[in-house]
Design a protein around this ligand. Structure first.
Ligand SMILES: *Cc1c(COP(=O)(O)O)cnc(C)c1O
Ligand SMILES: [Zn+2]
Length: 388
């Protein structure tokens, strides 16, 4: 559609868009999709959105698929932005607090956003077999979208992945392998075997399109807030795809003249048992070293090394945001607190944002009457092992 090329996020080398690409051929860093945004803005106007379908494909002019027949959709995106006044009342400062509830996506997490884009592009470019390592929800989403597209999905997950994720993959026809190790170990297996097996690697940020699907969270926030962004966004961060994507979306919207140069303060929330971004942020480093002995019940946050680390850290710093680690005890307790106050059964990853917000308030990092958005990235019901 309006895609012009792919650009390396670090060395800026240009790559061709209409062919299968993984990482930058020069430096091995992630590739980002670039658009002719002035052309996109001719058809994609704020008014044009009023009559469009309530899925993320409403922003199709700034999404990568060329032929609409290749779009593989299960009705993802345009999730509810819920005002959470009872939860806000439990905080020591008065805030306009919202939860962006991603648990209502197909396969019950925001991984559906990335996979609808990645699988649609894989279809457009002729892929028959996909593969990915996953901490759980990415596998469930890839299995579903691959099934819908008529492709194979080969999934590698740590053996202690929540059972619901393993079962959903099997029941949607994927090939599942459980590994005694972490998601990074699973990623190595995909990398080693993919050429011989003819698999296209859809690991997060190792192909350019999952970010594009996830960036629509940024477009939706702007649209749902009447084209004014919130003051603070708390984002439970594993690979950081959604945070990187939203940051990209804000810049695209500014280029199209939809918003001004003001940005929300972006906050990465991680588990204390796996906090590579938090550590690198506070040490002033541009890249985040692998986190040793990573462990947390919030499986989506169990990512000891993120290939897009520098993009996450750049966004946190440029936005005046921060990075906060939360103990498993606190994040599990927060699931019930949010559930009982607002009726939203959050994934532990999403719930982690509440204790992180409390810490921000204590440190005077949020001011009275500011608008704060918590991302509930998935559904608590997938994590029954956490609630014994
Ligand atoms: C994958 C996942 C995350 C982390 O998302 P990234 O964009 O990779 O940082 C957070 N929460 C849940 C429920 C997830 O499945
Ligand atoms: Zn490069």
């Amino acid at each position: 559609m309006n895609v012009t090329h792919l650009e390396c996020a670090d060395c800026h080398k240009i790559h061709e868009a209409n062919t299968l690409q993984n990482l930058c051929v020069e430096c091995g860093k992630p590739l980002l999709v670039r658009y002719d945004l002035h052309r996109a803005a001719e058809n994609l106007t704020k008014d044009s959105l009023i009559h469009r379908q309530p899925t993320l494909w409403r922003y199709r002019e700034v999404l990568p698929v060329e032929n609409p027949a290749n779009i593989v959709s299960l009705g993802e995106g345009f999730t509810h932005l819920l005002k959470t006044d009872k939860l806000a009342a439990s905080l020591p400062v008065k805030l306009n607090l919202y939860i962006k509830d991603e648990s209502t996506n197909p396969t019950q997490s925001f991984k559906a956003r990335g996979m609808t884009a990645a699988v649609s592009m894989a279809k457009e470019l002729g892929v028959k077999k996909t593969a990915a390592p996953s901490a759980g929800n990415a596998a469930g989403a890839l299995a579903a979208y691959a099934a819908r597209a008529g492709m194979e999905a080969h999934l590698f997950m740590p053996s202690d992945t929540p059972r619901a994720n393993i079962i959903e993959c099997e029941q949607t026809g994927a090939f599942v392998t459980l590994i005694d190790g972490l998601i990074t170990d699973c990623g190595r297996i995909v990398a080693e075997r993919k050429d011989a097996e003819g698999w296209f690697d859809v690991s997060t940020l190792k192909e350019p399109y999952r970010v594009e699907g996830k960036k629509t969270m940024g477009y939706e926030l702007a649209e749902q807030f009447g084209w004014k962004l919130p003051d603070v966004i708390l984002y439970p961060t594993g690979g950081g795809t959604g945070l990187i994507g939203m940051w990209k979306a804000f810049n695209e919207m500014q280029t199209m003249g939809w918003i001004d140069e003001r940005r929300p303060r972006m906050v990465s929330v991680q588990a204390a048992g796996c906090a590579p971004i938090v550590r690198a942020f506070h040490n002033g480093e541009r890249f985040a070293a692998e986190f040793e002995n990573a462990h947390t019940a919030a499986s989506g946050l169990r990512v000891p090394k993120a290939i897009g680390d520098f993009l996450i850290l750049d966004a946190l710093r440029e936005s005046g945001g921060t990075a906060i680690a939360v103990t498993d005890e606190d994040l599990i307790a927060a699931v019930k607190e949010i559930g009982a106050a607002e009726g939203i059964f959050c994934a532990p990853e999403g719930a982690a944002c509440l204790p992180a917000l409390r810490e921000m308030i204590e440190k005077d990092l949020v001011k009275e009457n500011e608008t704060v958005v918590i991302f509930n990235t998935g559904a608590g019901v997938k994590y029954l092992e956490c609630f014994n």
